[in-house]
Design a protein around this ligand. Structure first.
Ligand SMILES: C[S@@+](CC[C@H](N)C(=O)[O-])C[C@H]1O[C@@H](n2cnc3c(N)ncnc32)[C@H](O)[C@@H]1O
Length: 400
């Protein structure tokens, strides 16, 4: 029996095929293939340079310089991680909710991850940064080869991101196998995780995490997804402690290990999901408390008031913004938004203020919802300054 692949699973396979990213069964197959496809001299030099350890920065630079001397060599070396990429990309395709609009990949190397995200999210803007010029050159070459116009690459240190990008301008930040090159991720000796978490000498320089945090939009769906080689509980605890200390909130329930093969060896890496919001649990608890003993049914013609209106609206996934208007009341009593949103089955007209009023009307068809939207707008515009917006990004530009 053949199991039909989803469109997203097919997209991952097509992407990996386009790049020729097939995993090697073992170390020997990797070197034999490199020797067959590349200059013997370069392959010998590469073999020497791959013996370096990550803390020797000069040797690490020499390795990247050589490996990225051509796109084909760079991609061939990346085949070591072909199965990791597959599992990582498959994981992305299972993520629910709206596609992130603006994505940053830090430590992008030859652009394999950034170009995948640009393919998976064709309406998003993806930016990859790396501090090495040759990685950026290869990444641009890859994007061009794949005909992608929604991805760009900039040479930059991770430490610079907070000054080179606008604050709160990304919905998603990703990093895959990057931080071991700039931080000491070694776990000190410890007898128990409790003892380890009490220690001071774990990751002490969290400045790059703090910089990343400033770039994320301030809403619960904005996330930093980091994936490092943290193969046991102690390493995970140290990483979790450092990113929590930087103000991130870890979404433990959504996390999982990626299990993959690397040159025939079984490996695992945890996918860490971190949000800038420290109050997600609290939010869920408040919503759960307020919805206790209530049946929140939705049907054409139903009107919900606060708090049910907010709970239903905020907890409905996959809703698409249609249009909105914000009114700043001239008497100083606050601001109101009237917004129309579309889900697969229903249309929402959500009217809410920043002083607590909420009303959610449910419609079965868009014409009726838009006509009510216009009526409400007409009713309220005489009382204040009115701003129209066609997207949530436009709404964020409205002066406060
Ligand atoms: C092991 S590679 C991973 C590449 C890519 N994420 C992937 O998995 O395909 C690590 C990358 O991080 C980059 N990197 C390391 N330290 C950096 C820093 N301080 N600022 C920017 N990039 C850095 C390196 O140049 C390298 O390209």
């Amino acid at each position: 029996m053949t199991i039909k692949k989803t469109r997203e699973e097919q997209l991952v396979i097509q992407y990996l095929n386009k790049l020729g990213l097939k995993p090697y069964k073992n170390n020997r197959q990797f070197w034999d293939d490199l020797k067959r496809r590349h200059n013997q001299d370069i392959v010998n030099q590469l073999s020497e340079k791959m013996k370096v350890n990550d803390t020797d920065l000069d040797s690490l630079s020499a390795f990247y310089e050589l490996k990225n001397s051509s796109l084909s060599l760079s991609i061939d070396v990346s085949k070591i991680s072909a199965d990791l990429y597959k599992k990582y990309f498959d994981w992305f395709t299972t993520q629910k909710g709206q596609a992130p609009k603006r994505i940053l990949e830090v430590g992008c190397d030859n652009g394999i991850v950034a170009c995948f995200l640009a393919t998976l999210y064709p309406d998003s803007e993806v930016i990859g940064i790396d501090h090495r010029l040759n990685t950026i050159e290869r990444a641009k070459e890859l994007a061009e080869k794949l005909n992608l116009s929604n991805v760009s690459f900039i040479q930059m240190e991770i430490g610079e991101v907070a000054t080179r990008f606008d604050k709160q301008s990304f919905d998603l930040i990703v990093s895959l196998s990057v931080f071991h090159e700039l931080l000491n991720l070694q776990t000190p000796r410890y007898w128990s995780i409790g003892e380890l978490l009490e220690m001071d000498e774990t990751i002490d320089d969290t400045s790059s995490f703090i910089s990343l945090k400033t770039l994320l939009k301030n809403n619960p769906s904005s996330k930093w997804i980091s994936c490092e080689r943290l193969p046991f509980m102690g390493a995970i605890s140290v990483w979790a402690k450092a990113i929590t200390a930087s103000g991130f909130h870890i979404l433990w329930d959504e996390m999982q290990y990626l299990h993959f093969q690397e040159l025939g060896e079984q490996q695992k890496m945890p996918i860490f999901i971190a949000s800038t919001q420290n109050n997600i649990d609290l939010l869920e608890k408040v919503y759960a408390f307020e919805s206790k003993d209530k049946v929140l049914q939705l049907f054409d013609g139903k009107t919900l008031k606060e708090p049910e209106a907010e709970i239903v609206f905020e907890q409905t996934e996959d809703k698409e913004f249609v249009k909105g208007v914000e009114i700043h009341f001239t008497n100083g009593s606050g601001n109101m938004r009237i917004e129309c949103w579309k889900t697969r089955e229903k249309i929402f007209l959500y009217q809410f203020t920043n002083i607590g009023y909420r009303e959610l009307k449910v419609f079965g068809n868009i014409e009726k919802a838009l006509s009510d939207f216009e009526n409400l707008k007409e009713q309220w515009t005489p009382y204040g300054k009115t701003y129209h917006y066609e997207s949530i990004e436009e709404r964020e530009q409205i002066e406060t």
